[in-house]
Design a protein around this ligand. Sequence first.
Ligand code: IVH
Length: 712
Amino acid sequence: MTDPVKSTQPKDALKKKSVEALTREEASEELARLAAEIAQHDVAYHQKDAPQISDAEYDFLRRRNELIEERFPKLVREDSPSKKIGAKPSGRFEKVKHTVPMLSLGNAFNDEEALKFDESVRKFLNVPDEDALAYVAEPKIDGLSASLRYEDGHFVLGATRGDGQEGENITLNLLTMQAIPREIKNAPEVLEVRGEVYMAKADFLALNAAQEKKGEKVFANPRNAAAGFLRQKDPANTARVPLGFFAYTWGAVSAPFAQTQWDALQKFSEWGFATNPDTALCQNMQEVLDAYRGIERQRASLEYDIDGVVYKVNRLDYQERLGFRSRTPRWATAHKFPAEQATTILEEIDIQVGRTGALTPVAKLQPVTVGGVVVSNATLHNEDEIARKDVRKGDTVVVQRAGDVIPQIVEVILSERKKGAKKFQPLEACPICGSHAVRDINANTGKEDAVRRCTGGLICPAQAVERLKHFVSRQALDIDGLGAKQIEAFFTDGLVKEPADIFTLEMRDKKSLTPLRNREGYGETSVRNLFAGINDRRAPDLARLIFALGIRHVGETTGRLLAQTYGSFEAFQIAAKKIAAGDQAATDELIAVDGIGGTVVAALGDFFVEQHNLEAVERLLAEISPQVAEKVQSDSPVSGKTVVFTGKLELMTRDEAKARASALGAKVSGSVSAKTDILVAGPGAGSKLTKAQELGIQTMTEEEWLTLIGTT
Ligand code: IVH
């Protein structure tokens, strides 16, 4: 950071002003300052090898420059830093935005759910049961996914999955792996091969034995070990362990290279990638389920861990039509193996208070190994669940663990129950702040909520600290060096009480008589890294920021939808305040967005009606400049338009029509109003068509619609 003495200069106020608030003159002044400052840091870094600021602070300056230029394109200077290509310095891994997101998979936990998957695929595509629909069944490798980009056949970039939208550049680490071809022949100009990096079980055991001998960290399972070594700062460390790679899908490609999943896998193999030998091409669900059983039987004898079988629609034209939900493809699912179980003693039932005040009972267990991982906590969900299973302190219980989910209590072994074991009594007061804990009556159903909540709101420290943990969590602002543990400590010491405090921490620390560097567990470097991590988030991604606020019912997906709908934090806030004030137009506009319902809109209103929330948001905005969001396909002919489908659709199913329209940036609505832009009417269209005609809304046939969106 710059010398604190400088902060008294008058220009300092300008430095802190949000990009949206700058006048034209101020913007010009800021751009001049940034050009000079960035140039000076470039020299310090590249020529003198003596950087004066952290990478994160440097990135922040560049980002601010970019944002101002975006707002005032005419003010872009000749000597603008954005015109110079200077390798971005990075101590940590550089972030990589995935051109095609790396999504996860939906799950099926039994045959019935697997068959439902087939049903939903057929329904979406309108393929009747009598017609064949082939699938590829692939073992689901329990490793971590990576994306490998090839340009003109050369490996140029390798990335982790990260949050699916943005991963880390681990090219150098991947280059140490034998399993990754450097060059491939006869491939499309641009090709991103995706697959799983894993460590074989035998190599994992050998590694742990060696680590233990050296007194170094042992890993809980092969996946953690693979992840640990793949993300080593020094690639030489990655090279120390053998890692394998199976290719199974792809991201960006400049030209199609296959027509089926099966052929795509053959291509991967021709290009020199390993593909899983137990993959099967199945003509129907019977063959799919047979493949599942076959793979399950082999599970123990395989060299690597698998946790299920992935089913993928074989025809790629079908995959394309099926497309994606927000987080998972419609054309694939993971049929998981049954969870692993173990027996142990439940020592205590603790009550945890979440960020919305929900009281969650947690079972404290005598530590037990379940499927290779030591488990000492399990969720009990809520008090009804405890009553149903009649779980009591001291009971012998069966715990199960499936994949990454929190372990669960399956049942109590009643024959082992100790005499005098007492039934669990729900708490009537919050264990942290003592406020009343109640079960609300759900306004829609008239029934009692399953969840008991602390009514303490702002006065409950547990809620405040959980909100902060949520704010910095991986899916939210993802601040390096500031996790749950640090938040807990800073909160206890009164250093951080709300999100804005995180960003003023450095400034306050400079003046503090008890600076962080003197704290237990901290030193000059870790404090510098912590502030670098915080400063790195001064221009947060809009969707993440909205999610980070912790508004009820606004999860990651809704956060993204809101970001895409409003484009900027300012627009989002204006709309949310209108909704809070009962503005019908703003409310209707948001409800019209596909994927957003009344619950979310009500929750937004509830949040933005509270003065203390508004103030906390204002204080936060004084410290950060949220990025503007990319709207969904803003260049398609229907983006931003509100579309209604009515009547019988003959060329595509209704689900498919809606999904395609949303992907092109259109809002799909169920009813016709003055806001409707296009009505697509199939045969038998009735009152909606009449109403649209009355309102003078553009109406078209399904064919005309397909012509408009460019698929006939
Ligand atoms: S396909 C859009 N195929 O499972 C589809 N994933 O739970 C992307 N995985 O993130 C995934 N084996 O890390 C696919 N044969 C396979 C897989 C596989 C393992 C992992 C992958 C993915 C996760 C989803």
